[in-house]
Design a protein around this ligand. Structure first.
Ligand code: TRP
Length: 451
């Protein structure tokens, strides 16, 4: 058998995997969830979830990916010798494909907002910015075009392969993303009245820690760490035999959490400084923020649009590195299962996801009738993947690895054949076998309204 390609360096591994994790989930979803769920208390719950559930789940995907050494579907069947478990892999590929469809649409909006913030199209009062968002997302051609644009960027990177494409792109984009983030955090925190925003983020009010807040934090941690559909698993199939899995998982989670908290420090101080409440939900980034930037920096001509440009630029980059990982799940699958060249497979996946993205985008208003069960396709994909497929995938993965894969294999991978972290193995196994499945099942049933 041919030697499988691997990432070229340790830092490349961390940056690529963190690139998958850091995305719209950190900069868009995390801040609005924090805003709606009481600030610092939510963040504490989130940290707990990452530590107790996120880490073991990432490590599990690392183990399946590296040991299975193939695309997600085959990795599962390699470890289970062709039994029905490979369907978790198929489910993962399908989930990844569907997520790419709507994720690319939102990533396209970020690109559009990047241009709009410097062209002056976003200048106006709050009502104007809100109308801009509705008329843009409901229009027919422009969002479809921006979706294509971001998918073409993704395509160009995935086409160049694991080392020359994915790893190299992550090495450039992740540091740049950090730089933009820091600049905006500093600008935002130096506004007058910004302190209230910082306090909202860092000063916990424990009376706000309800069961719902915990469940929200749990869902967010899975989404943010890209768990449950084989993204991490596919990347791990390119890890080398001596990659330290526990350490890498900790590093990736740290970077991911840091970006989420910094995203909060970028948004809330600016919002509080102009007296805007941060609990506006998903619209926070596209409707509330442009105006916050306009107003907060109104005393300094040109700074508002520049900050907005950097903000949407960093959002586009974060989305792009996640899109690459989602695209790679399907591409690796097509290359290996349908025996196609990487080039053909990449073209196929890009076209397929663009078609899906186009349908999603049009379903928001550009074309009538693109609905299922009375919801737009956009919402259906979001719901089906986020609320159904991801938890099911995560749950089955824990059961699979915890109970059905030979324990010696899990041990060998976790400890790199007995050389590292031996004493942590029982802790990991306990979390994997008992804590994770029960917790995931609980959020799942809760979300389905079972209790
Ligand atoms: N984690 C990414 C984010 O925070 C999104 C993402 C990429 C994702 N791949 C995923 C989410 C796989 C769930 C599953 O934006």
């Amino acid at each position: 058998m041919e030697e499988r390609v691997t990432f070229g360096s340790k830092i490349g591994i961390i940056l690529a995997t963190a690139g998958s994790a850091v995305g719209l989930g950190n900069v868009w979803r995390f801040p609005y969830m924090t805003g709606q769920n009481g600030g610092a208390a939510f963040i504490l719950a989130y940290l707990g979830c990452v530590l107790i559930l996120g880490l073991p789940c990432i490590i599990s995907e690392f183990i399946i990916g590296r040991r299975g050494a193939a695309n997600t579907a085959r990795a599962y069947s390699n470890m289970a010798r062709g039994r029905a478990w490979k369907f978790i892999g198929y489910l993962g590929v399908l989930t990844g494909f569907l997520i790419t469809g709507y994720y690319a649409v939102v990533a396209g909006w970020c690109l559009q907002y990047m241009f709009a913030s410097v062209s002056g199209a976003l200048r106006g009062d709050a009502a104007f910015v809100s109308r801009y968002f509705t008329s843009y997302t409901h229009s027919t051609w422009l969002p479809v075009l921006t979706t294509l644009l971001i998918l073409l960027c993704t395509h160009g990177i995935v086409l160049r392969g694991v080392k020359g494409g994915i790893e190299r792109a992550s090495k450039y984009m992740m540091p740049l993303l950090f730089l933009f983030l820091i600049v905006i955090v500093v600008a935002s925190c130096s506004l007058s009245g910004a302190w209230k925003g910082v306090e909202f983020l860092l000063h916990p009010d424990f009376s706000k820690l309800t069961g719902d807040v915990f469940l929200g934090a749990l869902g967010q941690s899975f989404y943010s760490l890209s768990i449950g559909m084989g993204c991490i698993c596919t990347y791990a199939s390119y890890y080398s035999k001596d990659t330290n899995l526990l350490k890498s998982a900790v590093q990736v989670s740290l970077v991911d959490t840091l970006v989420a908290v910094l995203a909060g420090l970028m948004i809330f101080p600016a919002a509080f400084s102009v007296g805007v409440n941060p609990d506006s939900g998903p619209a926070l980034i596209f409707i509330t923020l442009p105006n916050v930037f306009n107003e907060a920096f109104s005393a300094m001509p040109g700074v508002g649009p520049l900050v907005a440009f950097m903000f949407y630029g960093l959002l586009s980059m974060a989305a792009l590195t996640s899109l690459i990982s989602l695209h790679e799940v399907s591409t690796a699958f097509v290359v290996e299962e349908l025996d196609m060249s990487r080039k053909k497979a990449t073209v196929g996946v890009t076209l397929g996801t663009w078609l899906l993205g186009t349908l999603c985008s049009l379903s928001l208003g550009g074309a009538a009738g693109l609905t299922l069960w009375g919801k737009s396709l956009f919402d259906v994909f979001d719901y089906v993947t986020g609320q159904l497929f991801l938890p099911i995938g995560g749950f089955l993965t824990c059961l699979f690895l915890g109970w059905f894969v030979p324990k010696t294999w899990v041990y060998e991978e976790f400890t790199n054949r007995g050389t590292v972290w031996r004493s942590m193995f029982p802790v990991y196994l306990f979390l994997l076998r008992f804590v994770c499945p029960v917790a995931i099942l609980t959020i799942f049933l809760k979300q389905q309204g079972c209790f």
